[in-house]
Design a protein around this ligand. Structure first.
Ligand SMILES: O=C1O[C@H](COP(=O)(O)O)[C@@H](O)[C@H](O)[C@H]1O
Length: 234
């Protein structure tokens, strides 16, 4: 297991610029060699600056498929929708030409449409060129929430599922998320975190302890040929 490579920036603007430049280079390489590129990104609030920088870069965006690593089970009209955030901050300017694959289907429970979601995400194909993960201060990444019902299916390294359904305790809505096998073998795999509190969470996750308590450990401990990249700014 290779040690993660830690990229530290003086501020969040510099981080966004560097991450966007690096991601665009990998996407351009994939388009040049295979004619298409696959990118999976996180939701929440952290990626907005990075999305805005990336969306302005000139690429053959029509050859790029973009999806989220996870979604809150809410329609796009909701202020909590990761897809709506992605449309506002990433699918703009040149990047508006990309093909976006969302999770949400109008159904009260994600279990009712699980098969549809499985087909949708299996169609994207295995092995993303780029996966950018976020992390919560509870040690969750994607929607792999600590000790939540549904977590085991998400973390199974030999599992067949592309999409997991998680019911985090004390949260209003269920979550849908790409599973460990979908995310961990990305060519460029990065964890984008900002602020001292998340740095402390990351350091806690590096210590010994169970994956169920801090599911981001599944990524930190993944057996990969390329190291995981950590992008951090205060
Ligand atoms: O709920 C979520 O949280 C994490 C972290 O979000 P942030 O607001 O602290 O940046 C995010 O990575 C995940 O995609 C999202 O669904």
């Amino acid at each position: 297991m290779a040690e993660p490579t830690f990229h530290r920036y003086a501020n969040r603007e510099d981080l966004a610029e560097a991450l966007a430049t690096g991601v665009a280079a990998v996407l351009a390489g994939a388009i040049a060699t295979s004619g298409a590129a696959r990118l999976a990104v996180s939701g929440g609030s952290t990626p907005k600056r990075f999305f805005e920088r990336l969306s302005a870069i000139g690429l053959d965006w029509q050859e790029v498929t973009i999806t989220l690593v996870d979604e809150r089970w809410v329609p796009e009209e909701s202020a909590r929708s990761n897809a709506a955030m992605l449309r506002r901050h990433l699918l703009q300017g040149p990047a508006a030409a990309a093909h976006f694959v969302p999770f949400y289907e109008p159904s009260a429970r994600p279990e009712e449409v699980h098969e549809t979601l499985e087909e949708r995400f299996q169609r994207i194909g295995r092995r993303f060129d780029v996966v950018i993960l976020g992390m919560g201060t509870d040690g969750h990444t994607a929607s792999w929430f600590p000790n939540a019902p549904g977590l085991a299916d998400c973390l199974d390294p030999k599992g067949d599922l592309s999409v997991g359904i998680v019911h985090p305790k004390d949260m209003d809505e269920p979550r849908v998320t790409l599973t460990f096998p979908m995310l961990a073998d990305a060519r460029l795999l990065a964890l984008h975190i900002e602020g001292e509190e998340k740095l402390a969470t990351f350091q806690a996750a590096q210590a010994a302890g169970s994956v169920e308590d801090m599911p981001v450990r599944a990524i930190l401990r993944a057996d990969r040929p390329e190291p995981l990249n950590i992008f951090w700014a205060p």
